[in-house]
Design a protein around this ligand. Structure first.
Ligand SMILES: [Mg+2]
Length: 320
């Protein structure tokens, strides 16, 4: 319900992260909740392990476009974005709940294709969809909630970074936004990753016992490093030249005359992992091929090239 009070600020002015802060302030936590709003997943205490819970909503026109994406791809992506959050905590996805609002004119086949995409993404990652809800709406809107589990020793929080940790990423960045920009421009090129993204669940499980802080890339590297800094009470420096960008993404940048570094730092939806690890434990990463892009500092946030300058903001859903 819209407020009729004095506060007439628009969501677009406030920004998504500020809105989350406002909402978080309204809800009390309790001793069963180890971490509520403010990380990749909520963390509940239960028995020996922790339970992870996360949810993501995709809205037609904002998070997907029916002109570019098949219903199967939309269903696939709606599951992957959630499993990526479970992976970022070091956990395993167990159960999913799906809620969808369908516009009245959608065909049954279309709806079935969405669920097929969901089923394949879930099965591939060992998750079962156990419930949900469907209703009608003006725009196709999909909400997926996922419940996962993580052993205490594998739990990776954004707030666990330590000063002098190395900041690493699990793979190349900017690949998703490059595809989106191509589609927006109506051009041919590398759009596969944007249309059917992957997540790093297996990698996350292997590295979780060794890393300190971890987060998945949904809003771009600068935004994710910023979240780690906020939650850990530390600073960071990222070396621009070390940020991994693939040749395909660079080619897209050339075709569109856009610096692909912008997509890597502020694009998003790559669903790679950003994690911090003490130098002495880096040898444990053998075989995982992480890229070291910077280190954790006591304070300040810097993007370094020849001269130091501050990291820019990430993509914000309300900041257009
Ligand atoms: Mg996340």
């Amino acid at each position: 319900m819209r407020s009729k009070g004095d506060n007439m600020d628009k969501l677009s002015d406030l920004g998504e992260f500020k809105l989350i802060e406002k909402i978080a302030d309204k809800f009390e936590s309790d001793e069963e909740v180890y971490k509520g709003i403010g990380d990749d997943c909520a963390v509940l205490k239960k028995r020996e392990d922790y339970t992870l819970m996360t949810t993501d909503m995709l809205v037609e026109g904002d998070h997907f476009n029916l002109d570019w994406q098949t219903p199967w791809q939309i269903g696939w992506k709606s599951i992957i974005v959630n499993i990526s959050d479970i992976a970022a905590m070091g956990g395993l996805p167990k159960w999913g709940l799906v809620s969808i609002a369908f516009p009245g004119d959608i065909e049954v086949n279309f709806a079935e294709d969405i669920f097929d995409g969901m089923a394949e993404a879930s099965e591939k990652h060992g998750m079962k969809i156990i419930g949900g809800d469907t209703t009608h709406g003006d725009l196709l809107t999909i909400n997926v909630a996922v419940i996962g589990e993580v052993e205490k020793e594998n739990l990776c929080m954004r707030g666990d970074a330590e000063i002098d940790d190395l900041i690493c990423v699990s793979g190349d960045l900017g690949k998703s936004w490059a595809g989106l920009e191509l589609l927006r421009a109506g051009k041919e090129g590398y759009t596969d990753y944007y249309l059917q993204p992957k997540c790093r669940l297996k990698t996350a499980r292997r590295i979780a016992p060794h890393v300190n802080a971890m987060i998945d890339v949904s809003d771009g590297l600068s935004s994710e490093v910023g979240h780690i800094c906020d939650e850990s009470g530390v600073g960071a420096e990222v070396e621009k030249e070390k940020v991994p960008i693939s040749n395909k993404t660079r080619k897209t940048g050339e075709d569109l005359d856009i610096d692909p570094m912008k997509w890597a730092l502020s694009g998003g939806e790559d669903f790679e992992l950003v994690f911090t690890i003490p130098r002495e434990r880096f040898s444990k990463m053998e075989g995982e091929n992480p890229v070291v892009v910077g280190k954790i500092l006591e304070e300040g946030r810097y993007l370094i090239n020849s001269e130091k300058r501050k990291l820019g903001r990430g993509y914000d859903h309300f900041d257009r």
